[in-house]
Design a protein around this ligand. Structure first.
Ligand code: NAP
Length: 248
């Protein structure tokens, strides 16, 4: 019996720890997007599988008995592949997804948008100095609409595209503190925060700091997920889900 955890999130690392404590057999999979990823405990493989078919072949070859899709709420491609590969191989699949921030205090005052392009337009309208925290892969959507804005952009690894002259690049990795985020927003005089609805506590301090300072927030909504896949909200309930079915 071996569980495949599709990871790249803090929750996936926490689940790996829980499964290790139980003596379960599991492998974590990372896409290989970041140069120096935080590694989970236990066995780790890195890199794409080659689409849904490649993932299905991997499940067969490695005798995977269950898949936990613990990828980021905005990593929709790999989740789609997991659904298809698990259906094709009859492998049980559970989605570990932290709840979004829609019900968080102050969320009704945020500007909710459906795409990165809409987020760029909203940020351009709402401020002159946006704090952009949507990740390196999404930068292309913001370059043109915010080319004249004094953007502070925070990413884990340096972007592979040149940034407009008025932009300031900050490479760092969370989790962050409320004091740190407040000081950062003040230091750069940020007047609008742009974020995905990542959810969870790790990146929440920027939202709290923005609320304190009266900085408007633009939040990109999560895409709809296939409703047939069972969702667990945290690593503990996911581990219990696996155990209850004799899968770990
Ligand atoms: P994506 O668009 O859903 O996936 C694109 C391709 O990357 C997949 O088709 C797959 O390649 C490969 N891939 C993605 N996650 C993988 C994993 N855990 N293990 C092996 N291959 C994986 O994904 P993404 O948005 O680029 O995210 C990539 C990774 O970064 C994910 O693991 C995710 O949890 C993490 N992450 C994403 C975000 C975000 O905002 N998107 C934020 C934080 C962390 P093949 O088709 O070749 O199998």
């Amino acid at each position: 019996m071996t569980v495949l955890i599709l990871g790249g999130t803090a929750e996936a690392r926490e689940l790996a720890l829980l499964l290790q404590e139980r003596g379960a057999s599991f492998t974590s999979s990372l896409a290989g997007r970041v140069a120096r990823p935080r590694l989970p405990v236990g066995e780790v493989r890195v890199g794409g599988f080659g689409g849904a078919e490649g993932l299905a072949a991997h499940l067969r070859e490695h005798g995977v008995t269950a898949v936990v899709d613990a990828t980021h709420p905005f990593a929709t491609g790999i989740s789609r592949n997991a659904v298809a590969a698990c259906a094709a191989t009859g492998t049980p699949l559970v989605r570990l997804e932290r709840p979004g921030w829609a019900a968080a205090p102050g969320s009704d005052a945020w500007t909710w948008v459906g795409s990165h392009a809409e987020a760029a337009a909203a940020a351009a309208r709402l401020g002159r100095a946006p704090f952009l925290t949507t990740g390196r892969q999404s930068l292309a959507h913001f370059l043109e609409p915010l080319a004249e804005h004094t953007v502070l952009v925070r990413v884990v690894d340096p972007p592979d595209v040149p940034l407009p002259a008025p932009w300031t690049l900050l490479t760092s990795r969370g989790p962050y503190t409320l004091d740190g985020e407040r000081a950062l927003l003040r230091r750069h005089a940020c007047d609008v925060l742009v974020t995905k609805d990542s959810g969870g506590a790790h990146t929440w301090p920027k939202m709290a700091a923005a609320a304190e300072l009266g900085v408007p927030v633009v939040v990109i909504r999560r895409a709809d997920r296939p409703s047939a896949v069972e969702v667990q909200p945290d690593p503990r309930t996911t581990a219990a889900w696996l155990t209850a079915r004799g899968l770990a």
